[in-house]
Design a binder for this molecule. Structure first.
Ligand SMILES: N[C@@H](CCC(=O)N[C@@H](CS)C(=O)NCC(=O)O)C(=O)O
Length: 205
């Protein structure tokens, strides 16, 4: 059985949506408070010195981190959750998956923990990271098609990101007004019956 260490509504929610999509059974360990010194942080560091969520413990007790790597691992088990290999859609899937975690995700790290990067002008760094994130989302919006999902009729693991990201900054109202295609895809993920429990547990509905 897989064990996911996470916090409701945090990045672990992306992996939880993927696990629910693929119907992989897993246990959930709530490590709320892990980003402050204390017993929750100690619990997470003991298994993952990177001290980030998602942290997934695999059947053989090895540790898997990184939402994109978890997606690719799940795809090996459930290949139907990405476009078929050898198609242009497959290439786009890889590109968008890597682009998201290489570009959008770091803007959260910069904005949430500016003190890791600079001693001064932390508020400016935070504001600039948030502004940069909006330009990324605007680029993403013009890359998206008409749906109902990122790759048309079939849901893929990339769609797991949309309901989670739109609940983070700049917030649901901004996504509804500025990225209507992404917002509609998030809505389409949110009505999937097999995801209801996980979406509710992470306050994504
Ligand atoms: N690249 C990682 C990023 C994971 C990440 O930054 N998670 C956040 C929570 S949403 C975290 O654990 N932050 C604490 C930290 O970076 O110290 C992924 O895609 O899973």
């Amino acid at each position: 059985m897989l064990t996911l260490y996470g916090v409701p509504g945090f990045g672990s929610a992306i992996s939880e949506v993927m696990l629910a999509m693929t119907r992989e059974p897993y246990d959930f360990v709530n490590v709320e408070g892990f980003d402050q010194p204390g017993p929750q942080q100690e619990k997470l560091i003991a298994i993952n010195p990177l001290c980030q969520v998602p942290t997934l413990v695999l059947e053989d007790e090895s540790i898997m981190t990184e939402s994109a790597a978890i997606a690719l691992m799940l795809l090996d088990r459930h290949p139907q959750f990405a476009p078929r290999p050898g198609t242009p859609a497959r290439d786009r899937f890889w590109r968008l998956l890597v682009w998201l975690v290489a570009n959008v995700y770091p803007t959260f790290t910069l904005a949430d923990y500016p003190e890791r990067l600079v001693d001064e002008q932390q508020a400016q760094l935070k504001a600039n990271a948030q502004r940069l994130r909006k330009t990324y989302y605007q680029w993403l919006e013009q890359e998206l098609g008409e749906g109902p999902y990122t790759f048309g009729e079939e849901i893929t693991l990339l769609d797991a990101y949309w309901p989670v990201l739109r609940c983070w900054g700049p917030g649901r109202e901004w996504f509804a007004a500025n990225t209507p295609k992404l917002n509609a895809m998030a809505d389409n993920v949110c009505v999937r019956v097999e995801l209801e429990t996980v979406l509710k547990a992470n306050k994504l509905l």
